[in-house]
Design a protein around this ligand. Structure first.
Ligand SMILES: [Zn+2]
Length: 452
């Protein structure tokens, strides 16, 4: 018989998602971890009644930008939105200012910033700077980073981030493979994109909808194909970021079937918005662009288990509406807060996916691919008690003004309906959100290192 005082927190009477099944069980939490899963109600220091609620593991967002060092977003604002949206772990991209984290000191500085400012737990990608080049990668492999974000040559337009040629990608893949870390690759071919952009502008095809054509399918596909070969030859684990075309995802799955350790990520916007939306609102510039008719194909691939992760690509850069789409910053405002309610609602009610299919790509898979599993990504004994307590079937309207981020509020999903309400979010057993209100604090989040 377990003494009730053995649990700091208990979650009773919920339908709990464990290994793809909703089970009527009760959770005992000790020191931030799930210590017991029982069919009998438990008693503890704090009791949460989850009757008529569904309990799922917290979301792991593998593609987040807190824009560390930039003025238009920060750890606190970005992760407040994450917490409200059920995201209990973010993996932050390295596009920091003035440098990506390419030395142990820069990684450490960012860890300290996150641990004092973040509402949720966080992992970090290392980056490749112009200053440090690929030799910088070797120096940060033991800092706990989950891997390296890679841009092909010519893709980063900003002056501080280095795009890599094929030889350089090969060297980074070899280093990551030795450490069992992961490459997150932005697949794009800058030659194709730049020349197509010039052609469109020269031909006067300047309306927002043509932005789609400036970064065409062949660019994403060519870059994916060449990177697949490098992944196959080195054995490096690679997640392809923000796949916007079904054809690229299918190519990745062809190679995966040969045993290559590669994965495909897409984002909520490629599943819910199209070129028609872009046509009506130039603020919907994002890289890669919204596409004409890929949405349903991507849902189908998701349903077939051929897309592995969903990343928010949260990037709330300011939108100067006096500028044309060709000069405007990319980004869709706050996507991290909307991502989970939108995906469960659209996935289950519009596209016939199961809750466990959605959770797999939003929690377990990203945790596995980036070395954070089983600490993150599941409800199981020994795992962190990162939980979302959901009230299903409740209509909620997305209101851009309620979203947490710096800058002028807007959202492509403003006014959309979602059918799940987040009742509570627990981070390592502690409630950080209750009925839409943040009850956690900046600095609650901890750095989570990849398990090498
Ligand atoms: Zn991104």
């Amino acid at each position: 018989m377990v003494n009730s005082r053995d649990y700091d927190v208990v979650v009773n009477e919920g339908s709990v998602l464990i290994r793809d099944e909703l089970l009527h069980v009760n959770l005992g939490i000790t020191d931030g971890k799930i210590s017991t899963i029982s069919s009998n109600p438990l008693q503890g220091g704090q009791e949460i009644n989850a009757s008529e609620r569904i309990v799922v593991p917290g979301v792991v967002d593998p593609h987040m930008h807190v824009w560390y060092g930039h003025e238009f977003e920060n750890f606190t604002n970005a992760t407040e939105g994450a917490a409200k949206g059920g995201v209990t772990t973010i993996i932050d991209m390295p596009l920091d200012k003035p440098f990506p984290p390419y030395t142990p000191e820069l990684v450490q500085r960012k860890i300290e910033a996150g641990e004092s400012q973040s509402y949720v737990d966080f992992g970090l990608f290392g980056g490749v700077s112009l200053e440090g080049g690929i030799s910088g990668v070797e120096k940060i492999l033991n800092t706990g980073i989950v891997g390296i974000k890679i841009f092909p040559k010519g893709v980063p337009r900003e002056g501080f981030y280095k795009g890599l040629d094929a030889w350089e990608i090969l060297q980074v893949f070899k280093l990551l493979q030795m450490k069992n870390l992961t490459a997150a690759v932005h697949p794009a071919n800058a030659d194709i994109d730049d020349k197509e952009t010039k052609r469109l502008l020269a031909e006067g095809l300047i309306d927002p909808e043509f932005f789609d054509d400036s970064r065409p399918a062949i660019s994403e596909l060519e870059s994916t194909a060449s990177t697949l070969i490098l992944a196959q030859k080195t054995g490096c684990r690679v997640n392809f970021c923000h796949m916007s075309f079904a054809e690229g995802v299918s190519l990745i799955n062809d190679f995966k079937a040969k045993g290559v350790r590669i994965f495909a990520e897409t984002c909520p916007h490629y599943l819910t918005l199209t070129r028609d939306d872009l046509k009506k609102d130039k603020r919907l510039r994002i890289h890669p662009p919204l596409r004409a008719d890929e949405k349903d194909r991507l849902w189908q691939l998701l349903k077939e288990g051929k897309i592995d992760t969903i990343g928010s690509d949260h990037a709330p850069l300011p939108k100067d509406e006096s500028k044309s789409i060709w000069e405007m910053f990319a980004g869709l405002g706050n996507t991290v807060e909307i991502m989970f309610p939108l995906m469960v609602s659209e996935g289950i009610y519009q596209h016939d996916l199961s809750l466990s299919q959605i959770i797999r790509v939003m929690s377990e898979n990203p945790a596995r691919i980036y070395g954070l599993f089983p600490r993150k990504g599941r409800i199981g004994v020994g795992s962190d008690a990162d939980l979302i307590i959901l009230q299903p079937g409740v209509d909620q309207r997305i209101n851009a003004n309620d979203l947490s981020y710096l800058g002028k509020k807007w959202s492509p999903w403003d006014g959309w309906n979602v059918k799940f309400k987040i009742s509570q979010v627990l981070l390592r057993g502690r409630p950080i959100v209750r009925e839409g209100k943040v009850v956690g604090n900046p600095g609650d989040g901890r750095f989570v290192s990849a398990l090498c």
